[in-house]
Design a protein around this ligand. Structure first.
Ligand code: DMJ
Length: 641
């Protein structure tokens, strides 16, 4: 029935009160309610009552997941994870929350002041940031002591350089700013044309999804997080983080590369967590790690290269020898990330998987002490005697020395394996060209291919990094070897028209450090050469490495920058660039990060505190705490050895 309004008529309430009386009564009631509610928070131990009133997600932030894998505390994907406040900064450290603001809005508007209730921030700190509270009944037992971890770092994450100084900018500051601008441009181009896709296609101005990541999206976002953080591109970092929170879904069902998902996604998420303390990164890393585990279901425990996220089956890459081999660089480059997955989840399964691989490789016969690139995950036999420090082998060696460093120099097995492998490589693969260039050849059952891939150029940095822990009489020798290999890689750049290096270069038929065919003359924004410049700079402070790094910056600007992002080029020997249509994710994760570090102080991501995974994602060294615990974990029983 339609009620008509009668002019001049003020209706009485059902209780017979007139309007002024009703107003006074409501005022009294609301005052009473405010008083009672406020008093709850003044009680000395009011956590139970607070829980009653506050939203459930504030009780155990980061731990509200549905167990799916028996015995595992973090099983089952949670698409809208809790979003606790980051931990308090370490002394002398900028508050990570200034970059990792806990709230986000649609349209990526940056918010500088946290606005959530104080209670929520406190609760979050007790789980993600500060010492964990005793687990409540029914809650998950594991939490990570982020504050303790941060307090054990030797240096502030971003270093101690003065900011906002009135001084005129030094050359190196200007150079660093230029690299930052390149990152901003690369990110903004990606955001504009391809946000959420795996890669930007700068020529067609759209995104590329590909089939390497099993249906996962946003590879560029995940790979960029730590670089954006490091460069203090705060707004861009917030955009990336918001995308992870809102759109990075793990319930995908394609076939994925174990290696690529590990180094880019897991590595990127782990670093983002260690830099910010934001739970969303920890949760997603662990859940994604779980999705990779079926790759290890093989008779030997050596994982296959491809895992099916839907069925949980695995297979080898069809293009490997006999279509049934696992690749050394792939199964040998899981160790760093998987130890951190155990560290952050309390689940030892990750550490066990990679420890098993290590033991297997330690025991197996190696021809002349060399590690061939292909092995059968079924029989455990090497499939073919092809040895390379470039593609297919590269990051296996890198992860040996970095495992030693990441363990705070306690993992002696990794150290021994690294130096033994390096000795074999030097004996059988390292050569000096007639023109005096040192290079690492590839070995095929005793015969050498006198070529070096761009990928092998990371080895200058690796050998420099490992030189300091070698036997004393070998240290100077390894420093020199690192410098010579890096010089050779610089030559491969310097001998091209674009001052960018080819994918592979040869040392035969009178040619030195140049590609011999067009199919090897491309440059796809790879990082390995600038990676070595960065390590050599930190070791020697020889200005030549910054000079060489700057040559690369200029060349990238001239030949790889397009209207809509950076692209690779098809022929480094042609000064008229023919661009490919891809802005590789590792350009943002690695190339620009290493360049930026090259022009930064040594205490920015100090090598005393961090190791870089093979995608340049920084992972912390496990410094002991005062109780003698190895890791940054609050539960010593969950630590890997
Ligand atoms: C990166 O994805 C990693 O560095 C990997 O180890 C091999 N190389 C590419 C970039 O060139």
């Amino acid at each position: 029935m339609l009620m008509r309004k009668v002019p001049g008529f003020v209706p009485a309430s059902p209780w017979g009160l007139r309007l002024p009386q009703k107003f006074l009564f409501l005022l009294f009631l609301s005052g009473l309610f405010t008083l009672c509610f406020g008093a709850l928070f003044l009680l000395p131990n009011s956590s139970r009552l607070k829980r009653f009133f506050l939203a459930p997600r504030t009780q155990q932030p980061g731990l509200e997941v549905v167990p799916e894998v028996p015995g595992h505390p973090l099983a089952g994907e949670q698409e809208s994870p809790p979003n606790p406040a980051p931990a308090a900064p370490a002394p002398g450290e900028e508050d990570p929350s200034s970059l990792a603001s806990p709230r986000r809005r649609k349209g990526w508007t940056r918010r500088t002041q946290p606005t959530r209730p104080r209670e929520e921030a406190t609760a979050a700190r007790s789980s993600a940031g500060g010492r964990a509270e005793a687990p409540q009944e029914g809650s998950l037992p594991f939490s990570f002591d982020f504050n303790a971890f941060r307090s054990r770092l030797r240096h502030p994450v971003l270093g101690t350089r003065t900011r906002g100084s009135e001084e005129p900018q030094s050359l190196v500051q200007t150079q660093r700013e230029k690299i930052k601008e390149m990152m901003q441009f690369a990110w903004q181009s990606y955001k504009r044309y391809a946000m959420g896709k795996n890669e930007l296609q700068p020529l067609t101005k759209d995104g590329y999804q590909g089939n390497m990541f099993g249906g996962l999206s946003g590879a560029t976002v995940i790979d960029s997080l730590d670089t954006l953080y490091l460069m203090e591109l705060k707004e861009e970092f917030q955009e990336a983080k918001a995308w992870v929170e809102e759109n990075f879904h793990l319930n995908v069902s394609g076939e994925a590369s174990l290696f690529e998902v590990n180094i880019r996604y897991i590595g990127g998420l782990l670093s983002a967590f260690y830099l910010t303390g934001e739970e969303v990164f920890r949760m997603k890393a662990i859940k994604l790690g779980e999705k990779l585990l079926p790759a290890f279901n093989t008779p030997t425990g050596i994982p296959k290269g491809v895992v099916n996220f839907k069925s949980g089956s695995n297979r080898s890459w069809g293009w490997t020898t006999t279509g049934s081999s696992s690749i050394l660089a792939e199964f040998g480059s899981l160790h760093l990330e998987f130890l951190h997955l155990s560290e952050l989840s309390g689940n030892q399964v990750f550490a066990e998987k990679v420890r098993h691989i290590r033991k297997f490789l330690r025991k197996i016969d190696k021809p002349f002490g060399l590690y061939p690139n292909f092995i059968s995950p079924v029989s455990g036999n090497w499939i073919q005697h092809h040895v390379s420090v470039g593609g297919l082998g590269d990051s296996f060696y890198e992860y040996l020395i970095k495992s030693w460093l990441m363990s705070a120099k306690t993992d002696t097995e990794a150290k021994d394996m690294y130096y033994e492998a390096l000795t074999a490589i030097e004996t059988h693969l390292v050569n000096v060209s007639p023109g005096g260039l040192t290079y690492i050849a590839e070995w095929r059952g005793g015969n050498l291919d006198h070529k070096m891939g761009h990928l092998a150029c990371f080895s200058g940095g690796m050998i420099a990094l490992g030189a300091e822990d070698a036997e004393e009489d070998k240290r100077a020798h390894y420093r020199e070897l690192a410098a010579q290999i890096t010089k050779t890689c610089h030559e491969s750049y310097d001998r091209s028209d674009t001052k960018l290096g080819p994918e592979a270069f040869w040392f035969n038929s009178g040619k030195e450090a140049v590609a011999t065919q067009l199919s090897e003359s491309y440059y796809i924004l790879r990082p390995e050469v600038v990676e070595s410049y960065m390590y050599l700079w930190r070791q020697t402070h020889n200005p030549i490495y910054r000079e060489w790094g700057w040559e690369v910056v200029m060349a990238l600007e001239k030949y790889c920058r397009t209207e809509a992002g950076f692209a690779g080029i098809q022929d480094v020997y042609s000064s008229i660039p023919n661009h490919d249509n891809k802005q590789q994710t590792f350009f943002l994760a690695e190339t620009l990060k290493y360049l930026y570090l090259l022009f930064s102080e040594d205490d920015m991501l100090s090598l005393e505190d961090w190791v870089f995974n093979t995608e340049a994602h920084p992972l912390p060294v496990n410094h002991s705490d005062s109780a003698g615990r190895v890791g940054a974990n609050s539960d010593p029983s969950s630590l890997p050895p």
